[in-house]
Design a protein around this ligand. Structure first.
Ligand code: GBH
Length: 442
């Protein structure tokens, strides 16, 4: 089993970084050793998470982290992307929780000992509940609390971290959390989505200031997700619909970071939906980055419709993963090339890419053909973007192992390693064995 790439591809270069990714709430468990967060509350609200599950145990990584790092090391990867649970390292009074800090220091030191680069994300959606109780990301002060957290933690970590990302996917935190209600905290108001997005972006800029000061030798940036928008037909109406959707879901989060402005279609917002923006905010938000993390899974197709800017079209006959997302690798290449054309990008890392599949363990083997072919076609798509001039330096598989898939609970599996949730046994899937071969054959 192996993934094939064209001879001479940059993706076969030893300098190209291969990694695996996880996030705190999705794998750690160890809930009694941290503050409650908005996802604990959301999970406890009936009807929000499909299987009624929660993150109390998850993959029990809180206790199994040494074994998990040995597993990561056995895959031969160059890097591991993890996130920090804010409420594990900070107390409610804003002081550091040394026990939580030591938990992550243990991980960072073990990674270093195994020669694995640490890519640390400071916020992957698990906002401490007491901060949500003060308005969460609707409260401007949360951006300053985040800066303070980033400041204290990066001082405590010293020079252990190879790369910091401020936020993972502010689109998900703001739109899914405060506007569509699919994620915690489950609010549903357009004005909330837009205001929380602005405060998240501000939090990113404020955190960049302290990271660049406290940790000048680490590579600091942000991780954004993109779901490229395609028009159903070539009609001017459908093209406009796709363009507006692209602005709303994608460019909204990257344009402020690189250009210090929202897309022009910001002006289409009703006044009541426009976020409060203070003078100087964009100067903070557009802090220079050492890298941009790009997460990609799928595309969405849109058409024009009466009375709305756009409406999503379900591509009924298209190939899809087990979570219903269309498999369309060309969108990955097109996305990377278009970002490169639109913005003055720093080096790009693909910080997440992967597929959900209905995996089964048979005699110690998980033959995940769908995921194997997904990774093959998407590695090719990254190669194509490199060929077209995009400076892509690395690629992380989402995810190291099956884990808590947010509103889908444990029903959807994204790992290249299978997790038996009864025994907590891990089994490398065939997609993971192929990844290991690709990396070692470079
Ligand atoms: C990532 O989010 C997360 O960072 C990670 O924690 C998560 O486990 C992983 O993806 C898998 O979900 O929702 O049908 O409209 C990705 C979030 C996925 C949001 C694609 C937009 C568009 C398809 N994005 N989604 S749909």
């Amino acid at each position: 089993m192996n993934y094939e790439l064209p001879k001479g591809s940059r993706l076969l270069n030893k300098e190209f970084t291969y990694g695996v990714a996880t996030s705190s709430f999705q794998i750690e468990g160890g809930v009694e050793h941290r503050l409650p967060c908005i996802w604990d509350t959301f999970c406890a609200t009936p009807g929000k998470v499909k299987d009624g599950s929660n993150g109390d145990l998850a993959c029990d990584h809180y206790h199994l982290w040494r074994e998990d790092i040995a597993l990561i090391s056995s895959l031969g990867v160059d890097a591991y992307r993890l996130s920090i649970a804010w409420g594990r390292v900070m107390n409610q009074d804003g002081s550091l929780n040394q026990q939580g800090v030591d938990f992550y220091i243990g991980i960072l030191d073990e990674l270093k000992a195994k020669n694995i680069k640490s890519f640390v994300t400071l916020y992957h959606w698990d906002l401490p509940q007491h901060i949500e109780d003060q308005g969460g990301w609707l409260n401007r002060n949360t951006a300053y609390l985040f800066q303070d957290y980033a400041d204290k933690l990066s001082k405590a970590f010293g020079d252990r971290v190879y790369s910091y990302a401020t936020l993972n996917e502010p689109f998900c935190s703001s739109y899914l959390g405060y506007e569509a209600g699919i994620h915690a905290p489950g609010l549903t108001k357009k004005a909330y989505g837009r205001q929380s997005a602005h405060h998240l972006l501000l939090a990113h800029g404020l955190a960049m200031q302290v990271l660049q000061k406290n940790s000048p030798n680490s590579m600091n940036g942000i991780v954004l997700n993109f779901t490229p928008a395609y028009p159903l037909t070539d009609s001017a109406e459908d093209k406009r619909a796709a363009q507006l959707a692209d602005d709303y879901f994608n460019q909204w989060y990257i344009k402020p970071v690189f250009d210090g402005a929202y897309p022009d279609s910001f002006e289409l917002l009703a006044d009541a939906d426009k976020p409060v923006i203070e003078p100087g905010d964009f100067d903070i938000i557009k802090a220079p980055l050492d890298f941009l993390g790009v997460n990609f899974y799928t595309r969405t197709v849109y058409k024009a419709t009466e009375g709305r800017d756009f409406i999503e079209v379900d591509m009924v006959d298209a190939p899809k993963t087990d979570i219903g997302w269309e498999i369309y690798p060309q969108a990955f290449t097109d996305l990377l090339v278009s970002l490169h054309q639109k913005y003055k990008l720093p080096p790009v890392y693909i910080t997440e890419n992967g597929a959900a599949a209905a995996d089964q363990l048979h005699n110690g083997v998980v033959d995940d053909q769908l995921r194997l072919s997904y990774y093959q076609s998407h590695l090719n798509a990254v190669h194509q973007a490199v060929e077209q001039g995009v400076d892509i330096q690395g690629y992380f598989a989402w995810s190291l192992m099956d884990n808590f898939e947010w509103a889908e609970g444990y029903l959807k599996r994204f790992g290249i390693v299978y997790v038996d949730y009864n025994s907590q046994q891990r089994t490398v899937k065939n997609s993971g064995l192929a990844y290991k071969n690709l990396i070692s054959n470079r």
